[in-house]
Design a protein around this ligand. Structure first.
Ligand code: COA
Ligand code: AMP
Length: 631
């Protein structure tokens, strides 16, 4: 690669003068008051971007495009094969709806800095509610609709929302998921009680309202005036998004207004190669960071058209669902998770459904959320004939850290690698004591501080936890908790997590949270949950259970109870592949459970017997039990 490549010169510019680089990028954003410091490092290792600046994220995402004469351009296309419905909203229409819903929130007492919890399916009202919060300077916290009551309760207690916005139901291919009973149970479990819930009634299920607390969406809008944008500090939080950590307590990732707007606008142009007016589609869920960044905020801030899809890659109605949407709306750039492609490939190995559609406007497919196996990448590339780009990031970072930046220059693709660090991100690989490792050596993937704009400045109400979880292990670095290596060309290969987080069908889950649920099941004395390889979902959680000596139920009865409780408390997305009863858990002499060894056994990989193991025979017993289950 020549030293003068476009990518390398942009990367060097961000490295040499981050303040100039990001100050230039910030010119694409409308500021109500200019910032007086680009980067504030007074409280390092806690950094703040664009200090002194005031802006409104909703104004940048909507009103300014209308004011610039683009009110008739489509802002949002909603397509729901599950509801059998579609809707398009121009920038003018979306602005009007958001302003009115902001008025409704304000009428219920929501003010700048208040939290609003949003527990919603993939409907336009979810984006409207998020943007309405941004308009008021209120802080939204969206909870993925697939999470059940206990997870909801944890988030209610941490975010202490004044108000909740929810819907009567979500729709899955096999069933209507009633949200309202889950919400009511979540509020009953939590210590904090929101004073008001606004409920969108969907025709598929009517929710029963709680008198005095709940208000229907339409009723909330009656007689309210549209609300103007409230300018906030660049450093004020825009949202809190909870993500799984090592323990059962989710981490409240904070996103600020200023850095977020600047970084997302820059990233959509320079990484994804999208321009204002283009149609961009991210087939994720608004409950995840991908949905926040690339369904709602980035496309709208840039002035593109975003597609919001309430459906699945397969079964709604067939594995051609994605190609139908791409053809129908003229999508140019599309983003999804590798697991969706594995599901499509399983059902349509020869790409016959792809051939049924006109994909002439389709230029690039971006994949992230989990490791992309080279086989899936090659299949997608061969069948679609477009650029297939693996890129790597996390809820915490808000936007990609490593990618092939199509908007700058397309670099050669190396399957298995998400390519090279994005300008602004100083990605390195270090050993367990923080020393750099040579090329092609697996180690801890870290990012040198300060992180660029848009990355998390802290955790909600938990600066100390933020420093402990991310900044304390490697001095001067952010710890990603991913392991991998950089090759001789500076390409990153992400291999696995270094903590107890697992990735199931692109959904990030904590084994600790699942263990917490299992520990409460009667007859269970001890348990360990590990993520085991799965051909479709990447990983699936497997539980190993040790029963009480006086357990009265059979192994299968306890196992089934465990599976049901995980679905009821965390959600169906965390469904256990197996709940296996064993005599004891393999541990080191100091009592540490040998999770990595068990994972290798479950995946049929070779493993070294740890020298400190307490009782090696148990590993053979577990291997035999797993083998029996597999058959
Ligand atoms: N609300 C309620 N339940 C939900 C849900 C939601 N938003 N999302 C998933 N579920 C349920 C499903 O109905 C399913 O329930 P079941 O076990 O009773 O059938 C369970 O959770 C597991 O769902 P999922 O992991 O999605 O598996 P699946 O077999 O239904 O579908 C795929 C497999 C690959 C098609 C699907 O996982 C998929 O589309 N993945 C892409 C994910 C993605 O885009 N992630 C974005 C992160 S970047
Ligand atoms: P989330 O916070 O849900 O986006 O999950 C982030 C985690 O998913 C990362 O820390 C990785 O473990 C994994 N991940 C995301 N994208 C990739 C990728 N392109 N390759 C490998 N792992 C990935």
């Amino acid at each position: 690669m020549s030293a003068s490549s476009a990518y390398e010169s942009v990367y060097a510019a961000a490295l040499e003068s981050p303040e100039r680089f990001w100050s230039d990028a910030a010119q694409r954003i409308h500021w109500d008051r200019p910032f007086d410091r680009v980067l504030d490092d007074d409280r390092a290792p806690l950094y703040r971007w664009f200090v002194g600046g005031r802006l409104n994220t909703c104004f940048n995402a909507l009103d300014r495009h209308v004011e610039a004469g683009r009110g008739d351009q489509l802002a949002l296309i909603w397509d729901s094969p599950l509801a059998g419905a579609k809707l398009t909203l121009t920038y003018a229409e979306l602005t009007e709806r958001v302003a009115r819903f902001a008025g409704a929130l304000a009428a219920q007492g929501v003010e700048r800095g208040d939290r609003v919890l949003i527990y919603m399916p993939m409907v336009p009202e979810t984006a409207i509610a998020m943007l309405a919060c941004a308009r008021l300077g209120a802080i939204h916290s969206v909870v993925f609709g697939g999470f059940a009551s206990a997870e909801l309760a944890k988030r209610i207690d941490d975010a202490t929302p004044k108000l909740v916005v929810s819907a009567s139901c979500g729709i899955e291919p096999t069933r209507v998921v009633e949200y309202k009973p889950l919400l009511d149970a979540g509020i009953a479990m939590s210590k904090h009680t929101p004073s008001r819930c606004i409920i969108l009634q969907r025709p598929q299920a009517e929710a029963t309202l709680v008198e005095g607390r709940d208000l229907e969406w339409d009723a909330a809008l009656e007689g309210v005036e549209p609300h103007a944008c409230v300018p906030v500090e660049a450093t004020d939080p825009l949202y809190v998004l909870y993500t799984s950590g090592t323990t059962g307590e989710p981490k409240g990732v904070v996103r600020d207004n200023g850095g977020h707007a600047v970084a997302l606008s820059w990233s959509l142009e320079h990484i994804y190669g999208v321009e204002p007016g283009d149609v961009f589609w991210s087939a994720s869920d608004v409950g995840w960071v991908v949905g926040h960044s690339y369904i709602v905020y980035a496309p709208l801030i840039l002035g593109a058209t975003t597609v919001m899809y309430e459906g699945k890659p397969i079964g709604t109605p067939d594995p051609g669902a994605f190609w139908r949407v791409i053809e129908e709306y003229g999508v140019g750039v599309f983003f999804t998770a590798p697991t969706a492609f594995r599901a499509i490939r399983q059902q349509d190995p020869n790409g016959e459904h792809i051939a049924r559609y006109d994909l002439s406007k389709f230029e690039a497919l971006f994949l992230a959320g989990e490791r992309c196996d080279p086989d899936t990448l090659e299949w997608a590339r061969a069948k679609l004939g477009v650029d297939v780009i693996d890129h790597w990031w996390q809820t915490e970072t808000g936007w990609p850290m490593v990618a092939n930046c199509l908007g700058i220059e397309k670099l050669p693709v190396k399957p298995g690698s998400s390519a090279r660090p994005v300008p602004g991100w100083r990605v390195e690989v270090v050993d367990d004591v923080g020393a750099p490792v040579p090329a092609n050596t697996v180690g801890n993937i870290v990012v040198r501080l300060p992180l660029p704009p848009g990355a998390l400045p802290t955790l909600w109400n938990a600066d100390e936890r933020f420093e402990r979880a991310y900044l304390s292990r490697f001095d001067g670095y952010y710890q990603t908790a991913d392991a991998g290596y950089l090759d001789e060309d500076g390409y990153l290969f992400v291999m696995s997590r270094t903590d107890d987080v697992i990735n199931v069908a692109g959904h990030r889950l904590s084994t600790g949270a699942i263990e917490e649920v299992l520990a409460e099941v009667p007859d269970v004395a001890e348990c360990a949950v590990i993520g085991v390889a799965d051909a479709l979902k990447g990983q699936r959680p497997l539980a190993l259970l040790v029963l009480d000596a006086n357990a009265t139920r059979t192994d299968d009865e306890v196992g089934d109870d465990c599976k049901q409780r995980v679905r009821d408390r965390i959600g169906a997305i965390a469904s256990l592949s197996h709940a296996l009863v064993v005599k004891r858990l393999p541990k080191t002499r100091s009592g540490k459970i040998l999770r990595r060894t068990m994972r290798s056994i479950a995946d049929g990989e070779a493993y070294d017997l740890p020298a400190t193991i307490d009782d090696a025979a148990i590993l053979d017993e577990i291997a035999a039990a797993l083998e029996k289950k597999r058959r």
